[in-house]
Design a protein around this ligand. Sequence first.
Ligand code: M6R
Length: 598
Amino acid sequence: MCGIVGYVGGKRAQPILLDSLKRLEYRGYDSAGIAVVGEGVQLFKAKGEIAVLEASMPEMEGTVGIAHTRWATQGKPTSENAHPFVGCNNKIAIVHNGIITNFMELRESLIADGHKFTSDTDTEVFAHLVEMNLDDGDLMDAVRSALKRIEGTYAFAVVADGGDEVVAARNESPLVVGLGNGENFVASDVTALLKHTNKVVYVLDGEMVRITRDAVTITDQEGNRVERKPERIAWSLEDAEKSGYPHFMLKEIFEQPKAIHESLLGRLESIGAEGSFFQDQSFSSVKIVACGTSYHAGLVGKYVIEELARVPTTVQISSEYRYSTAARENPLVLLITQSGETLDTIAAAREARKRGNRTVAIVNVVDSAISREVDHVIYTRAGPEISVAATKTFVTQLIALYLIAMELGIKGRSLTAQARKSVTGQLRNLPRAVQDVLNQAQTIEALANKYHKARDMFFMGRNIHYPISLEGALKTKEISYIHGEGYPAGELKHGPLALLSEDSPVVAIAAKDHTYEKMIGNISEVSARASPVIAIAVKGDTEIGKFADDVIYLKEIPPLFLPVPVITALQLWAYYLAKARGCPIDKPRNIAKTVTVE
Ligand code: M6R
């Protein structure tokens, strides 16, 4: 996954492109580059984060340009493989997010025709194709002809020497146009535009767009005009900035009470309304499909749906689901994805439809690709999440799942009016329960400082807290690089105990529910192997301190809702471990926020 941006206006393009690019850095940060149309096409690229590019680049004059931040897929992260690419004669420059699948054959035929390649990327063929076609004059036509030769996914932005326009095109990679005053933009994501405008037009698959200072023209690939009304984005610039926090991750964890509140706003009242999507469906079970953190939300959702609605629910990782055999069943398929761009999850949505199932997406990014692949969309309303580690979007995915469970419970008549009232009250209380954890950030930091030198760390939970232990482990390994494993607490004795020693702390989630006594037993097993135990328990638990070395106490709420404050504590735990270890928290090595490759 990569980020692209383009600008045409009356101001110097270079600082605008750089600023916008920084806001897309979560999409990739292996290398970056910029091309500005001035005296010729001025090009500069660098390996590393955008800060490296910024520190080393010369001043560029010109009011038209494109830029790119890369997460390497085809070709190593080097400055040669960084975008933009300029073909053989520097008359055009292109940036690309996506994968050109037929690039090998194109490359061979272009080389045979005398084209010189400077990189190992799939993208560079497109630069040569556009360059070849530009001999005919019009940049939009040249891009259109080049598109006809390629297969794969893309969002391209292209500029030409002497031109006062950016031409862009989209197929399965996001592309949005920002409408300014005497200036226009294209970008992979609205966060890149918020400083300049909140008026946008989304470009859809198979469409092209030409932006000049004063005009935006969208066409299909045959050149027919497409009319589309602009939309106003509700996100503000502040939402996409650190606002005084040292990292986006910490800011986003602290935004959770607000995000939960927004996610619930106006929704609890309308649950169960006659004729609404969920009340109108017929299905025998629920299947949840997602990747990574969203998959963990799905695992929590299984417990919630089975508890509140008694509907059998299975959960599958997207890349496994799409290649699985369709069983004889008619599930309602819930796809969970923060970005709405994860290729495996989009492919799973298509597969579910092919199997004749009704599909619902739980998504954060409004109008993202998956929203056009499903029958119904529920937005999580978490606001932009910039840190690669998902935090506030995870808790709002949980909120969406509680709401869906209520819908299904009402539909199947397993949720009584009284139970509905109680669930509603508990959901409304969650922002306070999360705030209580945030108020303990310093205590959690002190504990993380005590344990940050660990090489391995285990997380154990039972029942609904088993998936929370998986998510705690994922957060920890992803940003602190401590090897973390989540386990159902009853399972450690079936193998993993062999790995325990005084150097491998165990985080135990000890909810005061029907699993509590068993968890105390599991903590004792772990302590007997000399591993330090950090328990997450509820206030008023007077037992746990006798078994655990350290305890983080959370406000007591019913176990079904406890995952939300517990994961908040584990997110802070992972954050402070990473901070103590000096890790690049918002941009962990080797990964990108959205994975648009299989
Ligand atoms: O955008 P998605 O929710 O589909 O992304 C899926 C995973 O790549 C994502 O949840 C990933 O595991 C998190 N960024 C990890 O914190």
